[in-house]
Design a protein around this ligand. Structure first.
Ligand code: SF4
Length: 266
């Protein structure tokens, strides 16, 4: 494959946790939407690092540790670009690893089918409109009640750490780890994520494809990406993707700021 030439941009973003300034390398040619995923994830991680620093200064360090994977029993939502990126990542692995992943996903599918949840997850990611919060809440609770480990979790460790979805990166808590054993009945204290990357990428996809934002639960993400592979064949100029993704990020941040100021006057 011919390597893409890139162009360097300096980006500055004002978030609720402070300003991020960073340099990004953007392909000059035409690329699929997955090319922008690592870059937006990086912006999200840099914004979250600022939020973590504020929390640490306030005496509340994250209690999340390697080997603690209580939250890996929750339903993880992905945007469409992330689902395609995950599918590409899996296909780039050695055959034996791909086989192991296929087996784990098949086991997960069979369990979810037996509980009547698989069909609902599949319908969710193909729905013409995003379901309301109540429907999502019910599904999240039913899924979490199974306490089923994520198919990428082995010996309580994430086997795709570098490629894990944004929602996994954004979940950090400062409360005692044992409270995460029951996230429904215990109160946990999360560190908020200034930029919700899957929301930004969902909005980007909505604009690029003139389609719904899509919310794709991780257990069905590989099947969904395979079934929609043709949509991932489309390419855009790298700088066009960057512009559009930054526009969605700015919109997200300004809506978050106005939500926060409304909350503070209540
Ligand atoms: S992808 Fe990794 S971090 Fe995310 S839920 Fe699965 S095992 Fe946990």
């Amino acid at each position: 494959m011919t390597p893409h030439t890139t162009e360097r941009f300096e980006i500055a973003l004002n978030t609720s946790a402070g300003q991020i300034t960073t340099a990004v390398e953007v392909p000059t040619g035409f690329v699929p939407v997955t090319a922008i995923v690592p870059l937006i994830r990086r912006l999200g991680e840099e914004a979250q690092a600022l939020e973590v620093a504020i929390s640490v200064d306030a005496g509340k360090a994250p209690s999340c540790r390697k080997g603690c994977a209580a939250c890996c029993r929750m339903l993880v939502p992905l945007s469409a670009p992330e689902a395609f990126a995950l599918h590409e990542w899996v296909r780039s692995r050695p055959t034996d690893q791909q086989d192991r992943i296929s087996t784990r996903f098949a086991e997960t599918k069979s369990q979810l089918l037996s509980k009547g949840i698989w069909q609902r997850l599949s319908e969710l990611c193909n729905a013409p409109e995003q379901p309301n919060d109540e429907v999502l809440e019910d599904l999240n609770r039913e899924y979490y009640a199974l306490r089923m480990p994520c198919p990428f979790l082995e010996e309580e460790m994430c086997t795709i750490y570098e490629a894990r979805p944004a929602a996994c990166r954004e979940l950090l808590v400062t409360s005692p780890p044992e409270r995460c054993d029951d996230l429904i009945n215990n109160r946990v204290d999360p560190i908020s994520a200034p930029v919700l990357v899957s929301t930004v990428l969902g909005l980007l996809w909505q604009e690029l494809r003139k389609s719904p934002t899509r919310l794709i639960p991780l257990p069905v993400a590989l099947d969904w990406a395979k079934g929609h592979e043709q949509e991932n064949q489309q390419t855009w100029k790298g700088v066009e993707l960057l512009d559009c993704a930054l526009d969605k990020t700015w919109r997200f941040l300004s809506q978050a700021t106005s939500r926060n100021s409304q909350d503070s006057v209540r």
